[in-house]
Design a protein around this ligand. Structure first.
Ligand code: SAM
Length: 337
């Protein structure tokens, strides 16, 4: 397994298969990528994943844009699953097309799915996504349950939908789905509306605490996990001003147009593999491996500890240590004792 200069392992690859989307979420970060029509072929995606597999990466997360818009998504999943043993392929989707397409995805070996559900009430759902899709998404989610496919709901916390959190948790509990409670990230449209819509996770911690029997911390992004009394769990994904989030980062990204991206928040240190992806020689796999090794070397925590607070790698933002970071820290300390 590869480790970067900060001792962080690299165990997963997040793959943007398209930037096209049938939604228009008011805060979309677009995975920190430029939007255009370019997309990689299933073979190109599989070549990168094969090189990653040879470096012990076993987890592949497909994202977009909206990945379900790609007609060849079943082929991509099948091809990723065929690379070798122990591979987990998951998908992040707005869920609108799930009821029409899930059958073939499961058939090709999809292991689990994250479905974005920022509200249960139709009005708030439309205010956030700008699409009247909530009924269709709920039908897709029921189908996923019927297939016994593991589901996580992605709920992005903002001022527009903070009032929906309890309803989302009630729905998730009823369905037996775990929840990712994601803080707003100031990227893409998320940057434009950050000051207007950002709600720190700390504001909803009392609610989560009141519903939980215990709290654990997942190594990935040092995410606090609230174990709700209803039996589901809520993972808090709080990136902003949180050095513990970055300290637990174990991923790189493959962009829709053939670049390796070391961090959602950065595009100044991309590794361009477009030429290699066109290469037809037997050295292609070797070159892709070298590119992944290079991208791994370039990985760097976006937020780092700075005395008693956090600072970005370039020193442009500094902030005091957040309660959510302290939660991860105190958990680490308890484990050591
Ligand atoms: N279209 C798919 C969807 O809506 O799930 C996949 C792509 S979307 C960019 C991936 C995930 O990022 C979704 O769960 C989405 O809600 C979340 N997301 C988008 N913009 C965000 C932002 N500014 N901050 C935090 N999460 C965001």
């Amino acid at each position: 397994m590869l480790f970067d200069r900060y001792g962080r392992p690299l165990d997963n690859l997040r793959i943007t298969v398209t930037t096209a989307c049938n939604y228009n979420c008011v805060f979309c970060h677009r995975e920190g990528e430029e939007t255009n029509n370019t997309q990689l072929t299933p073979d190109q995606i599989t070549d990168v994943a094969t090189a990653a597999y040879s470096l012990d990466i076993r987890k592949f997360k497909i994202t977009g844009g909206e990945p379900l818009l790609r007609e060849d998504l079943p082929e991509i999943i099948h091809s990723l699953k065929s690379i070798g043993k122990g591979i987990e392929v998951s998908l992040t989707t707005n869920g609108y097309l799930l009821e029409d397409k899930l059958n073939r995805l499961v058939d090709k070996g999809l292991d689990r799915v994250n479905v974005s559900l920022h509200a249960v009430s139709p009005q708030t759902y439309v205010a956030v996504t700008q699409v009247k899709g909530q009924d269709k998404v709920l039908r897709g989610l029921s189908l996923a349950k019927d297939y016994s496919l593991p589901v996580k709901l992605n709920y992005v916390l903002t001022k527009a939908n903070v009032g929906e959190l309890e309803k989302v948790l009630d729905y998730a509990s009823k369905m037996g789905f775990n929840v990712n409670l994601i803080e707003l990230i100031p990227q893409g449209k998320g940057k434009e509306i950050f000051d207007k819509l950002y709600v720190p996770a700390e504001e909803v911690l009392p609610l989560l605490e009141s519903k939980s029997s215990r709290v654990e911390v997942r190594p990935l992004h040092s995410r606090p996990i609230f174990k709700l009394e209803t039996g589901i769990q809520v993972e808090v994904i709080a990136n902003y001003c949180n050095p513990f989030f970055c300290a637990g980062c174990t991923r790189i990204r493959l962009t829709h147009d053939g670049k390796l991206k070391t961090c959602l928040n950065r595009d100044d240190n991309l590794v361009d593999i477009r030429n290699t992806l066109m290469d037809r020689s037997h050295e292609k796999l070797y070159k892709l491996r070298e590119s992944i090794i290079k991208a791994n070397f370039l990985r760097e925590p976006f937020f780092k500890m700075n005395g008693y607070g956090a600072t970005t790698y370039d020193g442009k933002i500094t902030c005091p240590l957040r309660k959510i970071a302290q939660l991860s820290l105190s958990h680490e300390e308890k484990k050591k004792k």
